[in-house]
Design a protein around this ligand. Structure first.
Ligand code: HEC
Length: 118
């Protein structure tokens, strides 16, 4: 059972990192992506955080759309030169997932969603 649980957790993390891009027709829905890409699993349904990840509310002064889009694609590379993120990461058991498979448009839609979380 222990192996099964570990395998399922790993599968979840890997799937999160490699999820398929959403269909390209129409405007990208950041809120839908936030659910489909499992952001909710760690950050909570409304982004207010959980024991797995910090709140995403009130971070407007720390990010631009572009830096958020970069971070979402490759969070370890971004966090490597950000002291606040390095320190914050020590409070959580899993690292922030990276989403290199999402298009820039999709990552910008997620960035807009986060920047809208007052
Ligand atoms: C496996 C759990 C997990 C998943 C899934 C996840 N995150 Fe995170 N996220 C974290 C953790 C842990 C941190 C804190 C990392 C740090 O501070 O270095 C974080 C940090 C962040 C931050 C920076 C918060 C700040 O303090 O400035 C943003 C923005 C973010 N995540 C957005 C997202 C989005 C959008 C998704 C989905 C596309 C997502 N996360 C999916 C765990 C997760």
């Amino acid at each position: 059972m222990r192996f099964t649980t570990t395998a399922l957790v790993l599968a979840g993390v890997v799937l999160g990192a490699c999820s398929k891009a959403a269909p390209s027709a129409g405007p990208v829905d950041g809120a839908a992506l936030f659910r489909e890409q499992n952001c909710v699993q760690c950050h909570g349904p409304d982004g207010s955080g959980s024991n797995l990840a910090p709140t995403l509310h009130g971070k407007q002064g720390l990010w631009t759309r572009e830096t958020l889009a970069e971070y979402i694609a490759n969070s370890p590379a971004y966090a490597a030169h950000d002291e606040r993120l390095k320190e914050q990461a020590t409070h959580y058991s899993l690292p922030m997932t990276s989403y290199p498979g999402l298009s820039l448009e999709q990552r910008l839609a997620l960035a807009d969603l986060v920047l809208g979380m007052k």
